[in-house]
Design a protein around this ligand. Structure first.
Ligand SMILES: Nc1ncnc2c1ncn2[C@@H]1O[C@H](COP(=O)(O)OP(=O)(O)OP(=O)(O)O)[C@@H](O)[C@H]1O
Length: 475
């Protein structure tokens, strides 16, 4: 192995576990470590993990004994300079002793919570740094990360370091300085507005205004005046002259959220504004030149909207110059626990509670939930958990029912035969459907009509399904 004892380069956390849920949980916990730590990597077999160790200088290997084939198999990791922490769900004192004899620096009984894992990983890293001989003048502790993206916990107001989000951060950095329009797609709650704000902050226009307009929330007949302004007396209720969002954003960024909801007539006016760079207040003959960078977003499929005649194709191609897609939360792996911890810290501080992270059962539920409402749903779930509980370690029982009650996923280790390769945690269809619907109802504070509209189903479908689930429970 390549470790040479210096404090150069980030420490690599390597997880070896055949169970995909355990891999994601451990990677999620490990990604909360601060300091010069590379994004954790996880493998289902010992052979794959050995491959990366040969290339890495400093690594802490979290090895599941059932996966690697027992304590004796640890020597392959520990004979080099990596540090090994053994884990087991079936372990006893004897197992722990055997693991230490085989060179492990520590032993952790499963299931383990975030706090326990982080504590053991930190101890392994710290012991390493104090035994390494630092360069003169280099403090013997974990150094802040080099400026590269992979070591960051997030970017602007984003929390996240999954590969999917690192790609988004790189895109934002690259396109932010341009004046060309940006078109952000992604499901509801994935952070499209956070993305627009990050583009603004990195654009060189950061000192000028960022003006956001939600095209879905403003009544159709007020929308034109919201964007372009009006003069006094232009329509009933226009008691004074007002500049619109486009003028207010002069020199900065105009963010048009839910652009797919904009009325077709207004879409034509928006197109004229983009082509001419001038605005005309409602009821005014004068035209004013403005310099704005337009960022639009939608959670609908823009091509389907064009095909259905609800989105002008010419406008779309004007707006869709620099596309960014926000990945759904379920595709961000370890970011789920990173975000959950950030929200836990934020809301615990706000509510004056002391929470100590997530217990293993809670982490597993968070990792397995499909998060149809994405980051917003996670944020709401953690806020509810903090408000309704007193503190300590968050257990699965403290989580909202929709997240807590989903069926236990199928574990890869429990699936026999060749299917093992391709099986990821799977919940029964009705449970997934229930989770999606109940999350939507929760996101709209119990308003079934609004949840149904967002899901594009009828309210009676929700009532009918709820009735069926109720009968299933009482059967
Ligand atoms: N990566 C992230 N890190 C921290 N907070 C986030 C992240 N992504 C989203 N959020 C938070 O989640 C909430 C929803 O984000 P946002 O409003 O940007 O989503 P959206 O995609 O614009 O949603 P919608 O389509 O419903 O308008 C906000 O409170 C935002 O601050």
């Amino acid at each position: 192995m390549g470790f040479v004892g210096g404090s150069q380069g980030p420490v690599q956390i390597v997880i070896v576990d055949a169970d995909p849920v355990q891999r994601r949980i451990a990677a999620g916990h490990a990604s909360m470590l601060s300091g010069a730590i590379a994004a954790p990597v996880a493998f289902a077999t010992r052979a794959e993990a050995i491959g990366i160790l040969a290339r890495d200088k400093r690594a802490v290997v979290l090895a599941d004994l059932e996966t690697v084939g027992g304590a004796e198999a640890l020597t392959v990791f520990s004979e080099g300079s990596s540090r090994v922490i053994a884990t087991s769900a079936r372990g006893s004192l004897n197992t722990a002793v055997a693991a230490m004899r085989a060179g492990a620096v520590d032993y952790l009984q499963k299931p383990f919570g975030a706090a326990a894992l982080i504590e053991r990983l930190e101890a392994a890293i710290k012991a390493w740094d104090t035994t390494a001989s630092p360069e003169p003048g280099t403090p013997a502790k974990v150094q802040p990360a080099a400026a590269g993206l992979p070591q960051r916990q997030g970017f602007e107001n984003f929390v996240g370091r999954s590969p999917a989000m690192l790609t988004v951060f790189e895109q934002i950095e690259r396109i932010a300085p341009s004046r060309a329009p940006v078109f952000i797609t992604g499901e509801s709650g994935t952070g499209k507005e956070v993305c627009a704000e990050a583009l603004h902050a990195r654009s060189g226009r950061g000192a000028k205004p960022f003006i956001a307009i939600n095209c879905g929330a403003i009544p159709k007949d007020l929308m034109e005046s919201e964007i372009f302004g009006h003069v006094r007396g232009a329509f009933t209720g226009a008691t004074e002259t007002r500049a619109g969002a486009a003028e207010l954003a002069d020199g900065g960024t105009l963010f048009l959220d839910e652009i797919g909801e904009m009325d077709l007539g207004l879409q034509a006016k928006l197109l004229r504004f983009i082509q001419s760079g001038t605005v005309q207040r409602v009821g005014d003959a004068a035209v004013r030149r403005v310099d704005v960078r337009i960022v639009s977003a939608t959670n609908r499929d823009p091509f389907a909207e064009i095909a259905a005649g609800r989105f002008r194709e010419d406008l779309f191609y004007r707006l869709h110059v620099l596309p960014i897609h926000m990945p759904p939360l379920r595709e961000r792996g370890q970011d789920i626990l990173l975000l959950a911890s950030a929200f836990l810290a934020r809301y615990a501080a706000e509510e004056g509670r002391s929470f100590r992270g997530f217990a293993a059962d809670a982490a597993e539920r968070l990792i397995c939930h499909p998060w149809p409402g994405n980051v917003r749903e996670l944020q709401n779930a953690i806020r509810r958990t903090v408000v309704l509980n007193h503190g300590g370690e968050v257990t699965a029982a403290m989580l909202p029912a929709t997240i807590r009650s989903a069926a236990q996923p199928v574990r890869m280790a429990e699936v026999p035969g060749p299917e093992r390769q391709s099986v990821e945690p799977i919940m029964p269809f009705w449970e997934q459907e229930r989770s999606i619907i109940e999350s939507a109802v929760g996101a709209f504070a119990g308003n079934i009509a609004r949840a149904a509209a967002a899901l594009e189903i009828s309210p009676s479908t929700i009532y009918r399904k709820r009735q069926a689930w109720q009968e299933k429970r009482t059967a």
